[in-house]
Design a protein around this ligand. Structure first.
Ligand SMILES: NC(=O)c1ccc[n+]([C@@H]2O[C@H](COP(=O)([O-])OP(=O)(O)OC[C@H]3O[C@@H](n4cnc5c(N)ncnc54)[C@H](OP(=O)(O)O)[C@@H]3O)[C@@H](O)[C@H]2O)c1
Length: 247
């Protein structure tokens, strides 16, 4: 019989926007309970309201604020949430963008690891995850195919892939995996690019894949849901990128 997320509780850190919100939607649509967390109260409130609208009767949706740059804040989140079946970490800031080799400010480069690498470590340390549950982290294609000048982002993404393998060994039988998204249309691009060039840049990005389009949060959610449900996969990274690594 197919496994389902119905009745499971999933904490999505970064679940108020983009890929994380897509994962939260998929969980709720399957009858799972979800807690979305991020740093901005208004984004948490908005995500909870939208998710409540699509959740069937009995599905629990809640939200919490957390500063993923701070160990104590992550600890407080884990304690307030209590036991969960799955922890999904899609939380990411833009600290690593713009740190271009060889013009590296060491403090800034180290800061790029805070939310994406250290955050998941603290979450794994403090979260109470059921023995048959899992953690799904988020990395990026830069680990496998770094563009010119992106040595630091490549290092950040590569560290997350290695972390997934390390934590899989550390936390077994809890499974730990990662998703490496290609380019995905999310709110992140609004912060990254001025509105007047966004469409043109994304068209160019789409050409750099076999799918000839950018991904959607729903494309990504399929992979996160699979990694949560499949009890026989751990220490792995799934690339969901429209074949961008082959172009
Ligand atoms: N979109 C893409 O094309 C793409 C490609 C490859 C990899 N990725 C990676 O996938 C992850 C998700 O990306 P996305 O496109 O979904 O981004 P997004 O829409 O910007 O979502 C990022 C989420 O992280 C939260 N967040 C950021 N800093 C935080 C902090 N210090 N504390 C708590 N929450 C924080 C944000 O909420 P608040 O603003 O409320 O804090 C938001 O919920 C990121 O790591 C990104 O680098 C994305």
């Amino acid at each position: 019989m197919a496994t389902t997320l119905a009745g499971k509780t999933v904490l999505v850190v970064g679940g108020t926007s983009g890929i994380g919100y897509g994962v939260a939607e998929a969980v709720v649509a399957q009858g799972g309970h979800v807690i979305v967390a991020s740093s901005t109260q208004s984004k948490v409130d908005s995500a909870v309201q939208r998710l409540q609208k699509i959740g069937a009767k009995g599905v629990k949706v809640s939200g919490a604020t957390v500063n993923a740059r701070e160990e104590q804040s992550i600890k407080a989140l884990a304690e307030s949430v209590g036991e969960v079946d799955h922890l999904v970490w899609t939380c990411g800031d833009l600290e690593m963008i713009g740190i271009q080799f060889p013009n590296i400010d060491a403090a800034a480069a180290k800061g790029a690891f805070e939310v994406r690498f250290w955050g998941p470590i603290y979450a794994a340390k403090y979260a109470k995850i059921k023995a048959d549950g899992s953690i799904v982290l988020t990395t990026g294609n830069a680990a496998s195919k770094p563009p010119k000048a992106w040595s630091v982002p490549a290092g950040v993404c590569g560290s997350v892939e290695s972390l997934a393998r390390g934590l899989a060994v550390e936390l077994a039988p809890i499974r730990v995996n990662a998703v490496a998204p290609g380019s995905v249309l999310t709110e992140m691009w609004d912060t990254l690019l001025p509105a007047d060039i966004k469409d043109t840049v994304l068209k160019g990005v789409a050409e750099q894949s076999l799918a000839k389009r950018v991904g959607t949060p729903q494309d990504m959610a399929e992979a996160y849901v699979f990694l949560m449900k499949c009890g026989f996969i751990t220490g792995n990274t799934i690339h969901v990128d429209g074949g961008a690594l082959l172009v």
